[in-house]
Design a protein. Structure first.
Lengths: 358, 243
């Protein structure tokens, strides 16, 4: 049976370390905010001010409405081009425009055909431009031919911040939590203080629990910090309940901290622990959690691998809570998966944790 | 108090401790002498359960260390060669932490350590960060932390390295008091003058025992004036043989 006094002694000492070590506090407070800002602005997938050249041969009420719709959308910036210079390929080559729109003389009549040309040297951007343009033409101009009515749930403007902020919470949390516990244990190994703990009658479980408990609070603090900054800077909505968010974030933080424990049973130095913790959290979370790439479109082998990525489950949870207002009833399965992973990792860490030096 | 039987530890091909048989009785100050790499620290680490022996057995208080590790650990106070208190904790917090991991109630822990803290002049520095303490005081604090649970067996691995002569004398005074109070003290050192304070010493060379007995008896047997000469004679002798 783990002895509560011993766990409390280890956890209490850890709190002193946290409060007195400016580096830990920097990791916990500054790192997530910086990451959120850097990732947030770098991963912005919205287009703004796409240079668009328009050749308007109609010059009537209908064509002016179309041009106005493009201008007011905010996605496009209309660049003035003289009629004789309107050669789309040339404009693309000189990077003067990324898209061109030709409005024919008969605009506003029964069958209007317009030509949209898009510079697809960057296919993703091209796809976005096309979608935006179709959206504007379909919704705003009602041109008859391009009667497109997109119907998008949860994120009607397709704002990418709605998509990346929840993902970033998942990624930053797992990274920082895994770092915290793995560094805190490997530091003791490096400083020689672990030797002094190991000669005492503490068990592996007591050491590991004492190490995890103080960091749960820090992890949750981080969860709210990132959420708060995300809502403030990127205007993400929060449809669900904070209590549900707190409960599931607790499970996720615990899972990530146990991942850090597991790392610390392998890494011998702080540096190795740091590299390993970042290595197994950063890229897998980015690529295999369903954050950037949808899991159903992955090869079968990779789909299996995603099952052991904690962020995969948390992403379902956090997107559900923030965007759909999900409650426990819809999320308990993902929560259970996190609990199972946590227990397995804790057991493996306790088994692997050596109460001896070599 | 301690008994080892053919205690051996190998690291790959290197034999750090080679078939060591020891018997140490209660209240004894037992010294481990030897050059660096002679196997002192490895032996000590096996005695307090930090290292598994490759072969051989150890009993502490008639308990088999391999089987009843936790009980044995409770009865040992250990001070490692490397200074290993938390530098960012106050002296007092370090003491309370070790009381905690040995599950010793606070009041009892203070009772165990207060006289010693006063004797060491540490009582006034309890609220100082450990990092700010002078080296000598850090060593003293390490010793006090090792005694926080009032263990019957105290194992000190080179406790006086890096400490000035005055502080070393004080340290040995305390070691004597501990033995007088009935504790068994195991201490390793490479200061030969300190060996004179031990009731019995073992001189180790390449993991093997080369001399074992009370300092006075050893000096007579090997016909030398002091421990320094004895050490040169027995340890140097083996070297000569190896050549």
């Amino acid at each position: 049976m783990p002895n509560l006094n011993r766990i409390r002694a280890i956890a209490g000492k850890e709190v002193y370390h946290i409060l007195r070590d400016s580096r830990t506090l920097a990791i916990v407070i500054l790192m997530p905010i910086l990451q959120l800002i850097i990732f947030g602005y770098a991963m912005n997938m919205e287009l703004q001010n796409v240079p668009l050249a328009i050749s308007d041969l109609a010059h009537n009420h209908a064509s002016r409405r179309i041009i106005q719709a493009f201008e007011q959308s905010g996605y496009f910036r209309i660049i003035p081009v003289a009629v004789e210079d309107f050669v789309p390929e040339e404009l693309f080559r000189q990077r003067k425009a990324q898209a061109t729109l030709s409005i024919p003389r008969d605009c506003g009549e029964e069958r209007t055909q317009m030509l949209l040309k898009v510079d697809a040297s960057d296919p993703n951007t091209a796809q976005l431009i096309q979608n935006y343009a179709l959206g504007i033409l379909g919704g705003g101009a009602k041109s008859g031919l391009l009667d497109l009515r997109p119907f998008i749930l949860y994120n009607p403007d397709l704002k990418s911040s709605f998509f990346f902020v929840p993902g970033l919470i998942a990624m930053i949390l797992v990274m920082i939590c895994a770092l915290l516990t793995s560094i805190s244990i490997s530091r003791e190994k490096e400083m020689g203080t672990m030797e002094q703990i190991l000669v005492s009658p503490v068990s592996a479980l007591e050491i590991l629990l004492g190490k995890v408990i103080p960091y749960i609070l820090l992890g949750l603090l981080d969860a709210f910090l990132i959420l708060g900054v995300g809502m403030l800077l990127f205007k993400v909505p929060f449809a669900g309940s904070f209590v549900v968010f707190l409960g599931f974030s607790f499970l996720y933080v615990l899972c990530a901290l146990c991942l850090g424990l597991l790392v610390s049973t392998i890494a011998k130095t702080q540096q190795a622990a740091m590299m390993m913790a970042l290595g197994i959290t950063l890229l897998p979370t980015l690529l295999l959690s369903g954050y950037l790439f949808p899991i159903p479109s992955m090869p079968a082998v990779l789909q299996k691998i995603t099952l052991i990525i904690p962020a995969r489950y948390y992403l379902v949870i956090i997107r559900g809570i923030m965007l759909k207002g999900n409650s426990v009833a819809e999320l308990y399965q993902a929560g259970l998966s996190l609990i199972v992973m946590t227990i397995v990792m804790l057991i493996v860490a306790v088994k692997r944790f050596k109460l001896r030096l070599i | 108090m301690i008994k080892t039987e053919e205690l051996t530890r190998k690291f790959g091909d290197f034999i750090a401790v080679d078939h060591l048989n020891l018997q140490i009785v209660r209240g004894e100050i037992f010294g481990f002498l030897g050059a660096n790499g002679a196997g002192k620290t490895t032996t000590i680490r096996m005695l307090c359960g930090l290292l598994m022996p490759s072969s051989g057995r150890i009993w502490v208080n008639n308990l088999d260390v391999a089987k009843e590790g936790e009980k044995v650990k409770k009865s040992i106070g250990y001070m490692s060669q490397r200074f290993s208190l938390y530098q960012d904790l106050k002296a007092k917090e370090n003491l309370e932490f070790y009381a905690g991991v040995y599950a010793t109630p606070r009041a009892e822990a203070w009772e165990n350590t207060l006289p010693l803290l006063e004797q060491f002049g540490l009582k006034e520095s309890l609220n100082m960060r450990t990092a700010e303490l002078p080296m000598g005081y850090k060593q003293r604090l390490s010793l006090v932390c090792a005694l926080v649970h009032n263990p019957p067996l105290v194992i000190l691995d080179e406790p006086t390295s890096g400490v000035d002569p005055q502080a070393r004398r004080e340290f040995w005074q305390v070691i004597n008091q501990l033995a007088f109070a009935g504790k068994t003290v195991l201490v390793s050192t490479h200061f030969m003058d300190e060996a004179e304070y031990c009731h019995r010493v073992i001189i180790m060379q390449a993991g093997k025992e080369v001399a074992l007995g009370p300092p006075r008896e050893l000096k007579q047997r090997f016909e030398v004036q002091n421990m320094q000469e004895l050490f040169m004679k027995v340890a140097g002798g083996i070297n000569a043989k190896l050549k």
